[in-house]
Design a protein. Structure first.
Length: 137
C-alpha cells in the first residue's frame, strides 16, 4: 500500500464508499452514459479517421513535491485526466505523442482512433515523427 499513489488510494476509498452505500447504482448509470458517449465518438469517426486533442487540458505542471499536502497531490492528479478518462472508459485506442515544449516541459497530443484502429494511430504518429523534432515545434 505504501507504493500506491495518494490519488489511487483516494479513488479506491471513494469507490469502496460508493459500493457500500449505493451498491452499483451510480456505476450502472455511468455505464449507461458511456454507451451514449461511445455512440457520439462513433458518429465522429464516420467523417474522420483520427481525432487529435491535447493529452491534458492545461499547460504542463511540475510534479508536486513529495512533502505537499494530500489535497494538492490529488487535485493535480484529477486535473489532468479530463482528456484521457473518456477513452479509458470507452475503449477507444489512444496514444499520447510529445509535440512541443512549454517552459521546458513537454506537451502531448493524443491521437484517438475508432475501435480496432490502432494502425491508424501508429501511422499518424510515425508521420508526425518524420516531420521533424518535436522539441522545436
Amino acid at each position: 500500500a505504501d507504493e500506491l499513489s495518494h490519488s489511487l488510494k483516494v479513488s479506491m476509498f471513494v469507490g469502496e464508499f460508493f459500493q457500500e452505500n449505493h451498491r452499483g447504482r451510480f456505476y450502472g448509470k455511468a455505464q449507461n452514459l458511456m454507451r451514449k458517449v461511445v455512440e457520439q465518438y462513433q458518429m465522429a469517426f464516420r467523417s474522420v479517421d483520427i481525432l487529435l486533442l491535447p493529452t491534458v487540458p492545461m499547460k504542463p505542471q511540475p510534479i508536486p513535491p513529495p512533502d505537499c499536502s494530500t489535497s494538492l497531490y490529488i487535485q493535480r492528479a484529477f486535473e489532468m485526466i479530463g482528456n484521457t478518462a473518456p477513452f479509458n472508459a470507452t475503449g477507444f485506442p489512444v496514444m499520447s505523442v510529445p509535440c512541443g515544449l512549454s517552459e521546458g516541459l513537454p506537451i502531448g497530443m493524443s491521437l484517438v482512433a475508432p475501435h480496432y484502429g490502432e494502425m491508424v494511430i501508429y501511422q499518424a504518429a510515425h508521420a508526425f515523427e518524420q516531420s521533424g523534432d518535436w522539441r522545436g515545434f
